[in-house]
Design a protein around this ligand. Structure first.
Ligand SMILES: [Ca+2]
Ligand SMILES: [Ca+2]
Ligand SMILES: [Ca+2]
Ligand SMILES: [Ca+2]
Length: 421
C-alpha cells in the first residue's frame, strides 16, 4: 500500500491469506462496484491444478476501507462460473460504454491440457455483478488460443474500446467492438507473425494510428524457424492412456524432427522404447519415422516461427511490424514499463524478462537483467547497466508504474523490487 507520504507499508488482508492456495498470475485495481473506490481483481492460473479445483477460481475483493483502515472483503456471487479457467490476464474496460467497468479475461490454457485452445471472455458489469457475455457478444474469442496478454484501445477512434490479444503459438489478433459485438479485424499477412508472445503494451496513439510493443521469445534461443520451417506442437493422446501427449518438432529443409530427447519422449510414450532401442536409433529421426500418419491423425497442431520482440503499428486498415533493438532480443521479454524516464517528453521503455524452463530442450533464458531504452527521434536506444544502475536477477513476471516515480517488479520465487527514477 502507498501511504500519503509515499512510503510503503506492508498490508496483507486476511482474506488474501485465505486464498493462498491459488497461483496469482495477474491482479488489477479498478472500481468494480461503482462506489468510487478501487477494488481488486485477481486472476488465478497455474498449470498444476485440475479442472474443478477451487484454486483456479478468479477472485474479486471489494474495497471496504474507511478513512482510518484499509480493508478488503472477498465478493461472493459476483463472478460467473466461467472464471475457473487457467487465467492469464484481466483487463478492465467499459466496452459497452455505460459508465461501469467490464472485464476482458484471457485464459492461458485449459486445465491439464496445454496446447488446446483456451478462450478470451467478456464479463459485463451489471451493478457490480459480472455476467459472462462471451457467447452473445464475442463468440470469436472462444477457443482463441494460449492467451498471455491483451490491450484495450480505440482502433478507429469511434469512441468504443477494441482489443488486441497476444499469446503463445499465436499471431497478434485484433477484435473490433461493434454494435453487434466483437468481430475480428483481419490484416493481410499478419498471420505470418506467429510467435511466443508474452506481453503487449500500447506505446503511442495518435491520429488513428497506434503503436504497440510486443514481448516475444527473442532471438537468442536455439529455435531458428521460418514460416516454411516452423516449430510445431502436436497434441493428442497418441497411446490412448487418457493423458495428452505433446510432440514438439522443429524443421530443416521441410523435414520435421521431434525436439525431445529420447528419454523425455519415452516418459510420455513408453512404447517408443521398443521402437528405438538405442539413442542412436532415435537421434535425428524425422517425425514420420517416429510416428505413423495414423498416430498423429486428429492432433491439434500449433506452429510458431517469428520470435523477435517487435513493434506493431496499427491503423484500422493497415499495419507494419518493425524490429526492436538487438539487446531486446537477448532473452524472452515478459513485461514492458513505458514511461518518460528522463522527462524530455518522449516515452522511454524498460524491458524485463527471462524464463527458466524445466525441459532441457527448451533451455534457460537469462539474458535480461532489466533493460532501459531511451527514446529519441531515431527510436529506442539501449542504455548500458553501468549507466542505469539497473541489474535485476531472476525472472520478472510483471511490472507496474507506481506513484512517486517508482516501478514495482514482481519476480518468480524472489522478493519484489522497486525501482525509482
Ligand atoms: Ca469499489
Ligand atoms: Ca460497462
Ligand atoms: Ca473503437
Ligand atoms: Ca524520455
Amino acid at each position: 500500500m502507498s501511504s500519503p507520504d509515499s512510503t510503503f507499508i506492508e498490508y496483507i488482508p486476511s482474506v488474501f491469506i485465505d486464498d493462498r492456495q491459488s497461483e496469482d498470475v495477474d491482479a488489477v485495481f479498478f472500481d468494480a462496484d461503482g462506489d468510487d473506490d478501487l477494488d481488486l481483481y485477481v486472476v488465478s492460473g497455474g498449470s498444476e491444478f485440475s479442472i474443478n479445483s477451487p484454486a483456479l477460481e478468479d477472485r474479486l475483493y471489494l474495497n471496504t476501507s474507511d478513512s482510518r483502515n484499509v480493508s478488503f472483503t472477498k465478493a461472493v456471487g459476483r463472478l460467473p462460473s466461467s472464471v475457473r479457467g487457467v487465467g492469464a490476464v484481466a483487463k478492465p474496460f467499459d466496452y459497452d460504454g455505460d459508465g461501469d467497468m467490464d472485464i476482458f479475461l484471457g485464459e492461458r490454457m485449459l486445465p491439464n491440457a496445454y496446447g488446446l485452445p483456451a478462450s478470451g471472455r467478456i464479463l459485463t458489469n451489471l451493478n457490480g455483478k459480472f455476467r459472462d457475455d462471451t457467447e452473445d457478444k464475442a463468440k470469436v474469442l472462444l477457443e482463441l488460443g494460449l492467451i498471455t496478454d491483451a490491450v484495450c484501445f480505440d482502433l478507429e477512434n469511434d469512441g468504443d474500446l477494441d482489443l488486441l490479444v497476444v499469446g503463445e503459438w499465436m499471431a497478434p489478433r485484433i477484435f473490433e467492438n461493434t454494435s453487434s459485438g466483437f468481430h475480428e479485424r483481419t490484416y493481410e499477412g499478419l498471420n505470418k507473425y506467429k510467435g511466443w508472445y508474452n506481453t503487449v503494451e500500447l506505446y503511442e496513439s495518435e491520429d488513428g494510428s497506434h503503436s504497440f510493443l510486443l514481448g516475444n521469445l527473442g532471438l537468442n534461443s536455439r529455435f531458428q524457424a521460418t514460416s516454411e520451417n516452423p516449430l510445431k506442437l502436436y497434441i493428442k493422446d497418441i497411446d490412448n492412456n487418457s493423458t495428452l501427449d505433446h510432440i514438439f518438432t522443429y524443421a530443416r529443409d521441410g523435414i520435421e524432427r521431434p525436439m525431445a530427447l529420447k528419454r523425455n519422449i519415452e516418459k510420455q510414450l513408453p512404447e517408443l522404447k521398443k521402437k528405438f532401442l538405442y539413442f542412436s536409433d532415435y537421434a535425428g529421426k524425422a517425425l514420420d519415422q517416429v510416428f505413423t500418419q495414423e498416430q498423429l491423425r486428429g492432433s491439434t497442431e500449433l506452429e510458431a516461427f517469428f520470435f523477435e520482440s517487435c513493434k506493431l503499428e496499427l491503423t484500422s486498415d493497415d499495419y507494419t511490424i518493425s524490429s526492436l533493438p538487438i539487446e531486446m532480443q537477448f532473452s524472452t521479454i515478459n513485461n514492458f514499463s513505458i514511461v518518460d524516464l528522463n522527462r524530455d517528453g518522449r516515452k522511454d521503455v524498460l524491458a524485463f524478462g527471462n524464463k527458466f524452463m524445466n525441459q532441457p530442450e527448451i533451455g534457460r533464458y537469462d539474458g535480461n537483467q532489466g533493460q532501459l531504452y531511451l527514446s529519441d527521434s531515431s527510436g529506442l536506444n539501449y542504455v548500458k547497466p553501468a549507466r542505469t544502475g539497473v541489474v535485476i536477477d531472476g525472472v520478472v513476471r510483471n511490472s507496474r508504474l507506481l506513484s512517486g516515480d517508482r516501478i514495482l517488479l514482481v519476480r518468480n520465487n524472489m522478493k519484489p523490487k522497486i525501482l525509482k527514477y
